[in-house]
Design a protein around this ligand. Structure first.
Ligand SMILES: Nc1ncnc2c1ncn2[C@@H]1O[C@H](COP(=O)(O)OP(=O)(O)OP(=O)(O)O)[C@@H](O)[C@H]1O
Ligand SMILES: [Mg+2]
Length: 343
């Protein structure tokens, strides 16, 4: 086994606010093999974007601090790097498609200006060569007539094409790792599918590893080989996609999966309901604001299977064979289901 391209260990990113310390990411571990695709899924506020931004050290506000952990990229500790060293890595070796990137493409620059700028920032090439590379970058994401498109402004493109341009920008320097934060969320279902297919194709063609961040289990199911489910700043379940899809263990993962109509329609956890009638999130209660979370499992207040233990002690990590793990009081460390009185 070769080294993974990215290994995150015990990552903690906290915000100091007037209301207290927001533990947005609170002890997260995962790794992505070279060329691999990991899906990170969870509801709004679970800490997905903060995890991605921490990897690139792009948390600008002074209230944000990485208070613990390691981020090892291609064998090197990113947390030990200077800002100057990080600048050489961002966009060149690790790229990010930011949440809402599509709407934030700078309206006053042409697609060509944007691409040439990012290429020349990281690669010593002439303007002419940079333009040629820009054309290739657009070809790669299947923008028709790429040379002509370079002269267009972002608002002259459709939503799907804009998102392709965002991906072309992120991959212009052929990074080893792409962090894609909700890259399909604002798109309709057909375009969403095309973007997922594009990401899979680019992953195969360029060997770019992908950290796919989304609240949509359906997107993760189609794209990712492995999955990490986040809740309140922690990973509560992880494993191979197929294993987790066929036998989700954490009640939160089960609820997330039940809430995706497409997964139901395709059979995983399906029960023959009309998928069109399914609401996207039907988990009762609201996700917690991770301020001074008390003891016990953070999901307990919303969990239909919660017991006294869940409210009073931190949940243990249970292994179910291979890389499949869940952090939940319902299971013993060897994965055996516990018999709780009253459940
Ligand atoms: N600058 C900040 N100051 C204080 N708290 C913050 C700040 N940025 C994020 N948070 C908090 O950190 C937590 C995690 O936020 P994050 O943006 O990572 O969530 P997310 O999983 O990406 O959600 P979404 O699906 O809505 O994008 C949230 O509770 C959020 O309110
Ligand atoms: Mg986010």
């Amino acid at each position: 086994m070769t080294d993974p391209i990215l290994r995150v260990e015990g990552l903690k990113t906290h915000f100091t606010t007037e209301r207290g310390v927001v533990k947005a990411v609170d002890g997260v571990d995962f790794e992505i093999p070279r060329g691999g695709i990991l899906g990170m899924v969870g509801e709004s506020g679970s800490g997905k974007s903060v995890t991605g931004l921490s990897i690139l050290r792009l948390l600008g506000t002074p209230s944000a601090k990485i208070v613990g952990g390691r981020i090892v990229f291609d064998g090197e500790e990113l947390l030990a790097k200077s800002e100057r060293e990080m600048r050489a890595i961002r966009g060149a070796r690790i790229s990010m498609v930011f949440q809402n990137a599509m709407t934030s493409l700078d309206a006053f620059f042409t697609i060509g200006d944007l691409l040439v700028e990012v290429i020349r920032l990281h690669q010593r090439v002439t303007r002419k060569e940079a333009v040629e590379r820009a054309v290739r970058a657009l070809e790669r994401v299947h923008i028709p007539e790429p040379a002509r498109r370079l002269k267009n402004y972002p608002h002259e493109l459709s939503g799907g094409q804009r998102q392709r341009v965002v991906i072309a920008l992120a991959l212009a320097c052929e990074p080893d790792l792409l962090i894609a934060d909700e890259p399909t969320t604002a798109l309709d279902a057909t375009v969403q599918k095309q973007i997922i297919e594009l990401l899979l194709e680019l992953n195969a063609e360029l060997g770019t590893a992908i950290l796919m961040v989304t609240h949509d289990f359906g997107v993760v199911a189609k794209l990712c080989r492995t999955v990490a489910v986040m809740y309140a700043g922690r990973i509560v379940e992880r494993g191979d996609m197929e294993t987790v899809l066929s036998a989700p263990r954490h009640p939160y993962t089960q609820a997330l999966m039940r809430s995706v109509p497409r997964l139901r329609a395709e059979g995983a956890g399906g029960n023959g309901e009309d998928p069109r009638r399914a609401r996207l999130f039907e988990i009762g209660g609201a996700p917690p604001v991770p301020i001074e979370l008390g003891v016990g499992c953070a999901f307990a207040p919303r969990c239909v299977r919660a017991t006294e233990d869940c409210r009073s002690a931190d949940p243990p990590t249970a292994g179910f064979g291979g890389s499949h793990q869940a952090v939940c009081h319902l299971y013993a460390e060897n994965g055996r289901e516990m018999q709780h009185a009253g459940t």
